[in-house]
Design a protein around this ligand. Structure first.
Ligand SMILES: Cc1ncc(COP(=O)(O)O)c(C=O)c1O
Length: 441
């Protein structure tokens, strides 16, 4: 948990126990372990909650799904049917979006690489709204748009350089993303607005920022919006008609992983108040985009694994499951903790320190325990369920130690279980890794 002086009025302090013990056991009997399971109802519910959280903003609000959190095609289809917009970052993501019948008018394209051929592909696909994050990227966009005779609604990704109290920060000074308001090089919002306004093929649409992920203290939004207000007022001296049509405030809505987090309604109320003040101060009626990957996807997913071994060493017990960080990379990379529970439950109390370990031969393959975890009953052949793993987990699956990707199941709205990704076989993995290219080797 991040230290913060912000005192939330609300606290989410438990996870939603989607799937009963019996359902979890039945899923493993039928499909084996490890398996990922996603609940469609929870995905939909999260969209409604996030939209509602910003309902006190005086203008239009659109929720955008950050596809990087979980690009499973079935998840995308669920979100398409909710009518929300999508935050895409690569041509591959655009392909997934289009192949799942997403409507191009629902895309905000925010590239990191910003190459000219990339922009040409995106514009040819019909995408109309692009966020630029560097001067070179803007030049590439101008060339791509002129080459294709297209008009592009262009937003600038700013780095407001505000302190963010979160595990993952994206707007620190000298960071990789976006441009500062002012700066000593061409890479500044001041300079890029001038260029956009001077370019007939581009239309200035507004600003984008993304402060970080799992933001438990929303003060950073207030500070970023204050800085933006001062900047727009300053720029209006040069361009009196400068207006914001879209203001994209990025992601960051937090999820419960073991320590209390404020409810999205609390964050939404606070930030909406500031957005209303900004809209009034600038006499501007903009649309707000709220991007989210984690909040929309995390709580709908669980990973079910099986205890395959245990050992006691130095007065501590090691519980070894058939999962590993190849299935939950953030556990190793960011020490991300997930609530873990044993199925079936028991009242057993364990005196020894418990360590939950994965199947990989790597020191980092130990899952951090969450305060919401209870592993006391863990013993061979029982199940260990990881909760709230629907975001930033499946997308990182990797074949370290020749591990195959497990299946993904989705519980549909009618309660039926549908497989939405087949488990990979060892033959498929061997082939994909070059096994079939050995004939003339
Ligand atoms: C530009 C942008 N927007 C939104 C998000 C989603 O953030 P979160 O999943 O924390 O809501 C990310 C995540 O990295 C991002 O890079």
């Amino acid at each position: 948990m991040v230290e913060t002086s912000y005192q939330p009025l609300t606290r989410i302090n438990s996870y939603i126990p989607i799937f009963s013990e019996l359902e979890i056991q039945q899923l493993v009997e039928k499909y084996g372990s490890p398996i990922y399971v996603i609940d469609e109802y929870t995905l939909r519910k999260k969209v409604a909650t996030l939209e509602n959280a910003y309902s006190t903003f005086n203008g239009p609000v659109r929720v955008a799904y950050s596809i990087k959190a979980n690009f499973n095609p079935a998840v995308l289809k669920v979100f398409h049917s909710e009518g929300i917009i999508f935050d895409l970052t690569s041509i591959g993501e655009l392909e997934f979006f289009l192949r799942t019948e997403g409507a191009v008018e629902n895309v905000i394209y925010t590239s990191v690489t910003e190459e000219r051929p990339e922009y040409e592909t995106v514009i040819k696909a019909g995408v109309k709204r692009i966020v630029v994050s560097s001067y070179n990227g803007l030049v590439n966009l101008v060339e791509a748009a002129e080459n294709l005779g297209a008009q592009v609604n262009t937003m600038i990704r700013i780095n407001p350089e505000v302190g963010v109290k979160a595990e993952v920060r994206a707007s620190y000074r000298h960071g990789k993303f976006g441009v500062p308001f002012n700066g000593n090089t061409v890479d500044s919002a001041t300079n890029m607005i001038r260029k956009i306004i001077a370019t007939p093929s581009l239309k200035f649409d507004g600003f984008h920022f993304h402060l970080g992920s799992q933001i438990e203290d929303p003060t950073c939004f207030i500070n970023a919006l204050d800085k933006l207000e001062a900047f727009v007022i300053k720029m209006r001296k040069e361009f009196p008609d400068l207006d914001i049509k879209i203001l994209d405030i990025g992601g960051g809505t937090p999820v419960f992983y073991g320590t209390p987090v404020p409810m999205p309604e609390e964050i939404g109320l606070l930030v909406s108040g500031k957005l209303n003040a900004l809209s009034e101060a600038l006499s501007s009626r903009f649309t707000v985009f709220i991007e989210s990957g984690r909040y929309l996807a995390a709580e709908a997913g669980l990973l079910i694994s099986k205890v395959v071994n245990t050992k006691v060493y130095g007065g501590q017990k090691f519980i070894i499951v058939d999962a590993g960080y190849h299935l939950l990379l953030d556990a190793a990379l960011l020490h991300q903790m997930y609530p873990q529970e044993v199925v079936p439950k028991s009242d057993k109390v364990e005196e020894m320190k418990l360590n939950l370990a994965g199947r990989l031969c790597d020191t980092y393959d130990i899952f951090p325990a969450s305060p919401a975890s209870n592993l006391a009953a863990a013993e061979k052949d029982k199940l260990v369920v990881f909760r709230n793993i629907g975001a930033y987990s499946i997308v990182f699956n990797m074949p370290f130690h020749c591990q195959t990707k497990p299946p993904i199941l989705m519980r549909r709205m009618n309660g039926e279980i549908q497989m939405v990704r087949k488990g990979e076989t060892i033959e498929e993995l061997f082939e994909n890794e070059g096994g079939k290219l050995l004939e003339n080797f």
